[in-house]
Write a protein that binds this ligand. Structure first.
Ligand SMILES: [Zn+2]
Length: 55
């Protein structure tokens, strides 16, 4: 029952909420969740599938 992604930190910026998570493989990943309904942004792509339905 280990979490695949661990929440590292979350910051509210002028562009939206930036969420840093650590993948199960140890890589950091950044997700930007915009406040104005703009498309989100994800950085730090991992070779692993992060979709919850996989593995
Ligand atoms: Zn990974």
């Amino acid at each position: 029952m280990s979490n695949r992604n661990t929440l590292v930190s979350r910051h509210l910026t002028s562009d939206g909420v930036v969420v840093w998570t650590r993948c199960a493989c140890g890589r950091l990943r950044m997700d930007l969740v915009p406040t104005a309904g703009a498309p989100g942004l994800t950085a730090g792509p991992c070779p692993h599938a992060h979709s919850p339905s996989r593995e």
